[in-house]
Design a protein around this ligand. Structure first.
Ligand SMILES: Cc1cc2nc3c(=O)[nH]c(=O)nc-3n(C[C@H](O)[C@H](O)[C@H](O)COP(=O)(O)O)c2cc1C
Length: 270
């Protein structure tokens, strides 16, 4: 299996696909992956692999896809975090097999997806993704989109990670054994590439925060899905590096900037 850090470094969103359905062995792989994903946050996430033609699934930004994966959760506290974590784990496992994905919150025929997912009154389906074989060349629309939202760029490490308080920037060297998990978190995908994640590092602990920069919709806070995605990068990298620990809710007693919300903390095992 490839190293998770290499998969994360090599990943990008894919919107332009070879015009062919998944081969039976890849379909079976996707089914296996989506049935076995676990998250450290507890809320169960239900995935389905869907045939685009059968369910009338469409996206104005996707070309060539025959198959989609969608996921839904109960509308409970922490649901978006679990969903983001689980969905990104699926996207990374797909990338390990050479399959392309892109999470779509806005650019999809939402009604047909929700029907195919049988989304009930107390449930939400924040995102879905095509899954297939990446085409060699990006569509013109995809190239233009990537440029417009600067998809290949990320905020600098020291601008989003802090040392003990939001007043002191953290250098990669100061992050110690948290450096690699934080470097991989930094590369996470997010809605319109807003990168809402912030983190404050203390002794053996990292506190994670969300900087709100998009309005909430009826679907909830999409940036909480981003936070779940980011935490999956952190967690999968920590696991690969043998950095044991767990996510816990603490009261860090750290003064937070405006529009910034505490999410969770990672406590390293002693
Ligand atoms: C929660 C979420 C929602 C997204 N929604 C859309 C969408 O509706 N349409 C779209 O074209 N891309 C969407 N994206 C893809 C982002 O634009 C993309 O991840 C970001 O620009 C970074 O590019 P990269 O994934 O290639 O690194 C979404 C990504 C996330 C994480």
């Amino acid at each position: 299996m490839p190293r998770i850090v290499d998969t994360i470094r090599g990943r990008r969103s894919v919107r332009t696909f070879e015009d062919q359905p998944l081969a039976p062995e890849d379909r079976a792989y996707v089914e296996r992956v989506i049935q076995s994903i676990e998250t450290p946050f507890g809320t169960p996430v239900e995935f389905r692999l869907l045939d685009a033609a059968e369910h009338g699934l469409k996206s104005p930004v996707v070309v060539g896809a025959h198959d989609y994966v969608a996921a839904k959760v109960k509308r409970v506290q922490g649901a978006e975090l679990s969903l983001g974590f689980a969905f990104e784990t699926f996207c990374l496992r797909a990338a390990e097999r050479g399959l392309g994905t892109v999470m779509l919150a806005a650019s999809l025929s939402r009604k047909s997806f929700e029907k195919a997912m049988e989304v009930g009154a107390g449930e939400v389906m924040p995102v879905a993704s095509p899954v297939g074989y990446p085409a060699a060349k990006l569509s013109l629309r995809e190239s233009m989109m990537r440029k417009a939202i600067k998809s290949a760029e990320r905020l600098p490490f020291s601008q989003i990670f802090f040392n003990r308080s939001f007043g002191t920037h953290l250098s990669p060297a100061e992050a110690g054994h948290f450096e690699e998990p934080l470097q991989m978190l930094r590369l996470a995908p997010s809605a319109t590439n807003k990168q809402p994640w912030r983190a404050v590092v203390g002794d053996g602990v990292v506190h994670f925060y969300e900087e709100h920069s998009l309005k909430e919709s009826a679907l909830g806070d999409i940036q909480k899905v981003d936070m779940g995605i980011a935490l999956s990068h952190f967690w999968l990298t920590a696991q690969e590096q043998g950095l044991e620990g767990r996510f816990v809710t603490l009261d860090p007693a750290i003064a937070v900037p405006q529009n910034t919300e505490y999410i969770t903390s990672f406590e390293a095992a002693r």
